[in-house]
Design a protein around this ligand. Structure first.
Ligand code: MG
Length: 446
């Protein structure tokens, strides 16, 4: 019995506008396709190939069946390109791995067409299983180029074999015994163009979680240029042929086939959920731990959203309170007046005697009346500031003081408050210093 654990990742990269790569990550079938042939053709080719591969392999989940499934995928892509002139010339690479049962034993069957690759990471050593079907690689085989020269050769992207470009295709097939601890990497050339074998091995040897490893590989390729679409599938052999017999054989669920395309991930709404659903053969403890981690992530995300909402609400309410307090203070200050003395002249001010908070009294009118024009008994109160409710009442108060003084001098005099006070409107700011305000004395005008 064989138990696998897997993870995948894909990215458009930093140069291309669309992602024509497609990955498959199912319990027993894993694949990477790299489409080509125009803006739409590449996406169509990789999707058709992946879909045809899954259907055909589901009918015949054997090593030969996997190879035959690739042949059927080639036919599907080829026929579609012939039917639709806009898709003519499209094609795709395809590298795939599946667990199959042959003669009572699980075997890893691996197929390849094109320059996507499959690696085996065994005992700390990276082994490239597949051979690139590219012009540069052909030149290496004939001795015209070294491997190092081929890695940077301008013809390294010219394929000598691909799916969908001709009615016939030759499929490379390997069969490998599943060994516990082995790790397999399937990837598009967007990864291997940016990272060398040592860099791939560094990530695979240091990151235990396959999904995390797949994501880090993609991220590393992006940071090294990301000139092409990047797709990775990492598959771990958790239990090999000598494993726990209670675990169901993965080949028995070969029909449970899903794709790991960006569209499929988007439809699932959560790549993590998708990855979990695609690896149901995980041990119960691992599943519980993964569910706990998911719950923690959801709680953390919910917490972040609440904090944001609460912060926004607090800022709005705090702003409203500040604005309300500001206008209340302003209303309290500007709705009061008083009569004071400036340079021996009676002056009408707006505001509170002595000021209030940051508001200082504003001089509204100079009355033209001096302290010599009013009885001496009122001068000290005026110097302290005599409060009135309005400018009009302040003027009346000053006029009454003048009349009172005239009556003291000449009891027979007849005075008029409106005729006595001459005012001058100003806007000068002053600050009376006295805070004690005696009650004003008002003389009846006759
Ligand atoms: Mg590519």
């Amino acid at each position: 019995m064989t138990l696998l654990r897997s993870g995948s990742a894909t990215d458009t990269g930093l140069v291309r506008s669309v992602n024509q790569d497609l990955a498959v990550e199912s319990p027993s079938l894993f694949a990477v396709a790299d489409g080509m042939g125009g803006h739409a053709g590449g996406e169509v080719a990789s999707r058709l190939a992946i879909e045809a591969l899954g259907v055909a392999f589901g009918r015949q989940p054997t090593g030969a069946g996997l190879s035959e499934a690739v042949t059927e995928a080639n036919t599907v892509v080829w026929q579609r390109s012939q039917e639709n002139p806009e898709l003519r010339g499209m094609g795709t690479t395809l590298t795939a791995m599946a667990v199959v049962n042959e003669d009572g034993h699980d075997v890893l069957a691996l197929v390849n067409v094109g320059d996507s690759r499959s690696y085996r990471f065994h005992d700390g050593e990276m082994i490239q299983i597949t051979t690139d079907h590219s012009l540069a690689e052909e030149m290496v085989r004939t001795g015209e180029l070294t491997s190092a020269e081929a890695a940077v050769h301008p013809h390294r992207h010219i394929l000598t074999r691909a799916l969908g470009v001709s009615p016939e295709v030759t499929v490379d097939l390997w069969k490998i015994q599943p060994v516990r601890g082995d790790r397999y990497l399937l990837c598009s050339d967007g990864l291997t163009n940016e990272l060398d074998t040592a860099q791939l091995a560094e990530v695979l040897s240091s990151v235990a979680d396959p999904r995390r490893a797949a994501e880090l590989l993609v991220r590393a390729a992006r940071s090294h240029g990301g000139s092409d679409n990047i797709t990775t599938v990492v598959v771990d052999v958790v239990v090999g042929e000598d494993g726990d017999a209670s675990v169901p054989a993965v080949a028995a669920v070969a029909a449970d086939f899903r794709t790991a395309s960006p569209e499929a991930e988007e439809a699932a709404g959560d790549q993590g959920e998708w990855a979990q659903a695609s690896t149901p053969e995980l041990p119960a403890s691992s599943r519980r731990e993964r569910r706990r981690a998911k719950r923690r992530e959801r709680r953390a995300a919910r917490g972040r959203r609440l904090i944001t909402f609460r912060t926004l609400l607090f800022v709005i309410l705090f702003g409203a309170v500040l604005a309300g307090a500001f206008y209340a203070v302003r209303w309290y200050d500007t709705n009061s007046y008083f009569v004071g003395v400036s340079n021996n002249e009676l002056v009408i001010y707006q505001g509170r005697v002595g000021g209030f908070l940051w508001y200082h009294p504003q001089q509204v009118e100079r009355t033209g009346v001096t302290t010599a024009d009013v009885s001496a008994q009122y001068v000290s109160a005026l110097q302290a500031g005599v409060e009135e409710t309005s400018v009009a009442s302040a003027r009346t108060y000053v006029a009454n003081l003048v009349c009172t003084r005239e009556l003291q001098v000449n009891p027979a005099a007849i005075c008029s408050s409106s005729a006595t006070v001459t005012t001058t409107t100003t806007t000068t700011t002053t600050r009376p210093t006295t805070t004690s305000v005696p009650a004003p004395s008002t003389t009846k005008v006759t």
